[in-house]
Design a protein. Structure first.
Length: 204
């Protein structure tokens, strides 16, 4: 039978409607079946399956590509790309929506400058290296520890040098012992008296 258009209210195959036959299909799709199909899977509707094995790569393309990990026993995880930032987000149980914990996301990776922003504590069993240690103290103020003038250790407050520990080289590792509070002022001697520059400990 050859025709351009076939209109009918019921179409039976072997005495059974096509709707019933499709609903009762139980045979699995084999690898041979997949090999005869196109190498790019396209669909305008959701595709439901139990497992997908990929030997090369999985590509998600779009203005905001997103991968959802819907966890049925706790908070779900989401990997989301937007505005040059890879977001590691979290949401409620078995959900595709995300929400912050304490006003922060778990992790943000900026692909334009390689900076990383964590939303909580960082725990490492090994060594954490870096050029600067920054401690926020509120009100847009912070302290920084970083190198100063070659190999000296500088103490900065809001990027302004407040003091430093000088490294003269060598192996004199036992010359610095701090046992209490030390101030740069000596009793009854004004700070304008430069004859006492360099003294950091006074017994009086």
């Amino acid at each position: 039978m050859t025709c351009a258009t076939l209109d009918c209210s019921n179409l039976n195959i072997g005495g059974e409607s096509t709707d019933t036959k499709i609903a009762n299909l139980t045979s699995a799709i084999t690898q041979a079946d997949l090999d005869t199909k196109q190498n790019i899977l396209t669909s305008s509707i959701n595709i439901l399956t139990k497992r997908i094995d990929v030997s090369d790569k999985l590509v998600i393309t779009g203005t905001q590509p997103t991968l959802y990990l819907k966890y049925t026993n706790g908070r779900s995880g989401i990997i989301h790309m937007n505005d040059n930032i890879i977001y590691f987000l979290s949401g409620g149980t078995n959900t595709e929506s995300w929400s912050q914990i304490n006003g922060r996301w778990p992790l943000q990776l900026n692909t334009s400058n390689n900076s990383a922003q964590f939303g909580g504590n960082i725990d490492s069993p090994g060594e954490v290296g870096g050029a600067t240690l920054r401690v926020n103290i509120g009100n847009s103020m912070y302290w920084q520890l970083q190198t100063y003038n070659d190999e000296n250790l500088g103490f900065y407050k809001n990027k302004v040098l407040k003091g430093f520990i000088e490294d003269d080289g060598g192996q004199l590792v036992d010359l610095m012992h701090f046992t209490g509070q030390h101030r740069c002022f000596i009793k009854d001697i004004p700070y304008s008296n430069t004859d006492y520059i360099g003294r950091i400990v006074c017994a009086n």
